[in-house]
Design a protein around this ligand. Structure first.
Ligand code: PXP
Length: 249
């Protein structure tokens, strides 16, 4: 695979959200993950939340058993999640902030304020062989702190950029995009691998995919929604095409 390949991680959380709305077995997020794999996903992302509102412990067991592509296990920095991650040792662990009342992961992790705690928290995960990624805002202080605590990867939160686009605040959108680009370069120069995600759609993906330092995009909600209209595989294929086109330019 060439060095410039931009990986697509498909987040399947919201297949589980729909399943859990009725409490049964369907739609099965693991089936969605296997289909995403066939459709060209380079990895699968799943967030096991403290309240288990979408992905369940059984889903993680099944994903670990059945996936051929790497699992990016998203989790809060809690002892419970650390124990689960150490039991499974997924390819990657992405540490995200989590608030019970939020609808989605609203902001990046406060690494700069919690540096010692997080350094101790991620050390055993790294020792167990997981690639540790930290989900943060595109901000110098957070990136430097993520580097200092020993993370190998950062994932830049693209939510503010996508929200500004959706709400027609184009000056702010462009400023957010500039910041994402500059911070990708900054993080890459520190030796961090750069990922990005949150809220990305067909309309917003291209400029982020075009940043040469970004190696992976993690996309969920939009793709699962789009799957209702065109099916999961075509929805993913179109995202892949947009990413590849942006990268080629
Ligand atoms: N990356 C991280 C770290 C996330 O927490 C999420 C949402 O769970 C995503 C990417 C995907 O965001 P979306 O579902 O909005 O595409």
């Amino acid at each position: 695979m060439n060095d410039q390949h931009l990986r697509l991680g498909v987040n399947i959380d919201h297949v589980a959200t729909v399943r859990n709305a009725r409490g049964g077995e369907t739609p099965d997020p693991v089936r969605a993950a296997l289909l995403a794999e066939e459709a060209g996903a380079d990895g699968i992302t799943a967030h096991l939340r403290e309240d288990r509102r979408h992905i369940s412990d059984r889903d993680i067991d099944a994903l670990m058993e059945r996936l051929s592509v790497p699992l990016n296990f998203e989790m809060a920095a809690t002892e419970e999640m650390q124990a689960i991650a150490l039991r499974h040792t997924p390819h990657a662990v992405c540490i995200v902030p989590e608030k019970r009342e939020e609808r989605t992961t609203e902001g990046g992790l406060e690494v700069a304020r919690e540096e010692n705690l997080l350094a101790h928290f991620i050390a055993p995960l790294r020792d167990a062989g997981c690639r540790v990624s930290i989900f943060i805002a595109a901000d110098v202080a957070q990136i430097e702190a993520a580097h200092r605590i020993g993370a190998e990867v950062i994932e830049l939160h693209t939510g503010a950029y996508c929200d500004a686009h959706a709400e027609g605040r184009y000056d702010e959108r462009d400023a957010e995009l500039t910041r994402l680009g500059e911070m990708s370069t900054f993080a890459h120069e520190l030796g961090l691998e750069v990922h990005a995600g949150h809220g990305l759609t067909y309309d917003t993906v291209a400029p982020v995919a075009a940043f040469p330092e970004v190696r992976e995009l993690n996309i969920g909600h939009f793709l699962i929604g789009e799957a209702i209209f065109r099916g999961l595989s075509p929805a993913i294929a179109e995202m892949r095409r947009l990413m590849d086109d942006a990268r080629a330019q």
